[in-house]
Write a protein that binds this ligand. Structure first.
Ligand SMILES: Cc1ncc(COP(=O)(O)O)c(C=O)c1O
Length: 391
């Protein structure tokens, strides 16, 4: 039997391999922004390269004959990880595509309200604006506080903007600018009990926090596998509750139209399906890096994000902007009023990749992934101090 090898950062042992070497990241960059686009380990990219070779050796055999069974196997592996039934799950290229498929399948009209929040990811907010403009619906934004003290504050802020005209709520599972893990189960229950279907944008959630899609019961949930699951870019999914599948279509209509939920999404024109076919390997590979598997991966990343947050809070002389329970593997901290683009450029010029953003208030967001170590955040803190205080 092959022995599984586990890797630990900073623990010197004859078998320990620096986790960083398992990713292709540029060693000269202090990379603290897994959150934006993810990063895929070399081993998973190697599988993708071999699948692409295979596809180009006999494209018809690969795409017409072999693909359906492979997609089903990929779907089963992902469904197992997400606590979902594979029949409710389809692949899309990114969470934005999942959000668009839902928004553009549903029929809205004048008087209908589409509920978003002030922390909704900007691109998806634009999709909502587009659909509202075409249909005459209006967009209502719940003002989420940040800093925030409790789940109740978030839930109250959302429910306060529900009206008898609210047709759909778009909620981020983990908010992009503020990195808050929202109290999703409670929000979904409260909204759906009021007759408001919820579309969850879980772009960051898979691989960051445990997910049970069947139990959650949201009408729609889309998420990325190319962020925290570390699959190749272009790997994402859409989960649709069974009673909502008939009216749901991909944004691109193709051969599978009206042939069933899977058939419609499995083929939306010729594309490279290899990111989807690598999801199972990403799950296996990353989950094998620590003895406790994915629960330990998530806990390790979270612990590092929390340490980094404490360090930056001390530097900025601020209180925690949210309870620890709202932290996954990213943390955002409010900054004093400043030019966030200039600060971002300042970091990049010094070899640090992190995320700085002006909305809803100026924030710096750090990401913690297995390849990161605390000293990288110490360098970030030193530079932030220099830029803010001229130290
Ligand atoms: C909440 C949220 N939604 C959607 C996206 C977009 O993800 P993608 O570009 O993979 O569609 C992001 C990206 O960071 C995000 O944070």
């Amino acid at each position: 039997m092959r022995r599984r090898r586990h890797y630990r950062l900073g623990v010197p042992s004859p078998t320990a391999i620096d986790l960083r070497s398992l990713w292709s990241l540029d060693a000269s960059v202090n990379f603290l922004n897994h959150g934006s686009y993810g990063a895929c380990p070399r081993a998973v990219l190697a599988l993708q390269a071999s699948l692409r070779e295979e596809m180009e050796r006999e494209p018809v055999d690969f795409l017409s004959a072999r693909l359906p069974a492979r997609l089903n196997a990929a779907r089963e592996a992902l469904a197992g990880f997400l606590g979902a039934d594979p029949s409710d799950l389809v692949f899309v290229s990114n969470a934005t595509a999942g959000v668009n498929a839902v928004l553009r399948s549903l029929a809205f009209g004048p008087g209908d309200e589409l509920l978003v929040t002030t922390h909704t990811y900007a691109a998806c907010r634009k999709s909502v604006n587009f659909v509202a403009a075409r249909t005459g619906a209006s967009v209502v934004a719940a003002d989420l506080p940040f800093p925030v003290a409790s789940d109740e504050q978030l839930i109250e802020a959302v429910l306060a903007r529900v009206s008898p005209r609210t047709r759909l709520a778009l909620l981020d599972h983990v908010t992009s600018p503020t990195a808050l893990v929202l109290p999703l189960a409670r929000l979904v229950d409260e909204l759906q009990a009021r007759g408001v279907d919820v579309l969850v944008d879980g772009a960051h959630a898979p691989g960051m926090v445990p997910i049970g899609l069947s139990a959650l019961g949201a009408a729609y949930y889309t998420g990325n596998a190319h962020k925290w699951l570390c699959a190749p870019k272009g790997a994402a999914f859409l989960h649709v509750r069974r009673d909502r599948q008939d009216d749901l279509h991909p944004t691109v209509i193709s051969h599978g139209y009206r042939a069933g939920f899977h058939a419609e999404f499995d083929w939306t024109g010729t594309c490279d399906p290899t990111p989807w076919l690598c999801i199972a390997e990403a799950l296996r590979f990353v989950g094998s890096l620590l003895p406790g598997g994915w629960p330990e991966v998530m806990a390790t990343n979270r612990a590092l994000a929390l340490r980094a947050r404490t360090l930056l809070m001390q530097l900025l002389a601020i209180e925690a902007p949210c309870p620890e329970a709202m932290i996954g593997s990213m943390a955002s901290l409010p900054l004093p009023a400043l030019d966030t683009d200039a600060l971002h450029d300042w970091f990049r010029a010094r070899g640090v990749e992190t995320w700085v953003h002006p909305h809803p208030i100026p924030v710096i967001r750090v990401s913690a992934q297995l390849y990161n170590s605390f000293d990288q955040f110490q360098q970030l803190a030193r530079l932030l101090g220099e830029s803010l205080h001229g130290r």
